[in-house]
Design a protein around this ligand. Structure first.
Ligand code: LLP
Length: 433
């Protein structure tokens, strides 16, 4: 009935996540509240891992892209489930390292890594750095030399694939700030140069074509382009690539308009292409890496809010205002993102008419969804926005000096606050009078 298999309705007609009544969770912890179904998250991690086992003989690794949601608890869970990690900043490295994540399974991304971040990565024993450009390559070589190590790297390649997704989250085409291009020879050139550096070991190639992609064809195309490039590196430059990282970007169901493939389908299709290309070109099978974020964690999360006012503007629209908004979920204001909403305390109800769900931030664009068909909504109702596990808490801000919400994880009959709600004191802790 709802987008996600873990959401049900109990005899009080309340929305239930895992084994927990969302209305009671809202009452106990306050709103806005992010709730994460840890059982579903772990199950999804396993599905991805099993897909590599089934379709690629286990010769690969699924990395969890921490940008989707990075907390110490999440890091512990992904480590327990045997995943690797994609990180993009010193902050993400610091968080997962503190949580005890096995750092050799970490890939450090980013188009402008600072010296301090590179030093931190090397000090923490990050397995691979995914190099974006020549300046960074020189810097990594220099830092690695100072530390007396040889750093393993992958290059981020723009494979020239146009994935059909929002412009802001499209990354594989030549006009992208990320990586080096194939079609103008930049990628081959940087490999040649890197092979002359003493403290760099080229271990693989990486690409990421975009995010929230519903078709598995672009992943297969990307795999083919990358395998061609691997063959070229071997033939022309005598560089042997061990790892092929095809990035993340698998789409999920935010609303009834979305029809994503099961995760395993993306992996299956890409793995088949890689095997076929390897056979055609007489290449060894590379160690195959994927790095999904959204598809691993988004469906496990919901956000609970309390309705504070309902403003019916005749012949215009009805605004339903909640006690959160762009500070905890900036995805509508940024991308016009689609979401499904449920009145958690009357989960099954006849639709009444379209409403606009507005936040409490001092900004007209602070909306969660516009013209969405909803049942009657009253002041005091608990509103659930679904599939908010990715890119919500991780993109949250303190705009208007509103403290960030907390995250509660539910697992079986256990529930646990994995991120505490910020306090007003947290807001001023870095202020200097
Ligand atoms: N790998 C790389 C190199 C990436 O840049 C990304 C996402 C991922 C993996 C994970 O992609 P995913 O599987 O989560 O789609 N804030 C935007 C999404 C930005 C994605 C940035 N890169 C949103 O809220 O839709």
């Amino acid at each position: 009935m709802f987008n996600s298999e873990n959401l049900t309705v109990n005899q009080d007609n309340h929305l239930v996540i895992g084994n927990f009544d969302t209305v009671e969770l809202a009452r106990e912890y306050g709103t806005p509240l992010y709730v994460l179904d840890e059982d579903l998250f772990r199950k999804t991690c396993r599905e991805f891992k099993e897909a590599i086992d089934t379709y690629y003989d286990g010769n690969g690794l699924v990395l969890y892209a921490n940008k989707a949601l990075c907390t110490m608890h999440i890091s512990k869970v992904t480590a327990e489930e045997g995943l690797g990690a994609d990180v993009v900043s010193g902050g993400e490295i610091y968080t997962i390292h503190k949580a005890g994540f096995p750092m050799e399974k970490v890939f450090f991304h980013g188009n402008n890594k600072t010296r301090a971040e590179i030093e931190l990565a090397i000090n923490c024993g990050v397995g691979h750095l995914v190099v974006d450009n020549r300046f960074e390559l020189d810097l990594i070589n220099e830092v690695a030399k100072e530390k007396g190590i040889v750093q393993r790297i992958l290059f981020r390649i723009k494979p020239g694939i146009d994935a059909h997704t929002h412009d802001f989250i499209k990354t594989g085409q030549i006009d992208s700030k990320f990586g080096v291009a194939l079609e103008n020879g930049e990628a081959a050139e940087i490999h040649q140069y890197a092979s002359t550096l003493s403290n760099i070991k080229i271990d693989g190639v990486h690409c990421h074509i975009g995010s929230q992609i519903f078709d598995n064809e672009p992943f297969s195309e990307a795999a083919r382009v990358m395998m061609d490039f691997i063959a070229e590196l071997k033939q022309k430059l005598n560089i042997k690539v061990n790892i092929l990282n095809l990035g993340g970007g698998f789409g999920i169901k935010y609303s009834s308009d979305d029809d994503p493939l099961p995760a395993a389908e993306y992996i299956k299709r890409a793995a088949e292409t890689v095997k076929q290309c390897a056979a055609e070109k007489g290449l060894e099978l590379p160690y195959l890496v994927f790095e999904p974020g959204r598809s691993l964690v988004a469906p496990s999360g919901i956000t609970l809010y309390t309705v504070g006012c309902v403003k019916e503007i005749e012949n215009v629209r009805t605004y339903v205002s909640i006690d959160g908004g762009m500070g905890d979920n900036p995805r509508y204001i940024l991308y016009g993102a689609k979401y499904s909403a449920v009145v958690a305390n009357r989960a099954i109800a006849e639709p009444k008419g379209p409403v606009t769900i507005a936040g409490k931030y001092c900004e007209s664009g602070d909306l969660i969804q516009e013209h969405i068909l909803m049942p009657e909504i009253k002041v005091g109702d608990t509103l659930a926005i679904l599939a908010t596990g990715a890119y919500n808490y991780s993109m949250a801000s303190n705009y208007n000096r509103i403290p960030r919400a907390s995250i509660v994880a539910v697992r079986g009959n256990e529930k646990k606050v994995i991120v505490k709600r910020e306090t007003y004191d947290d807001l001023i802790k870095n202020d200097v009078l």
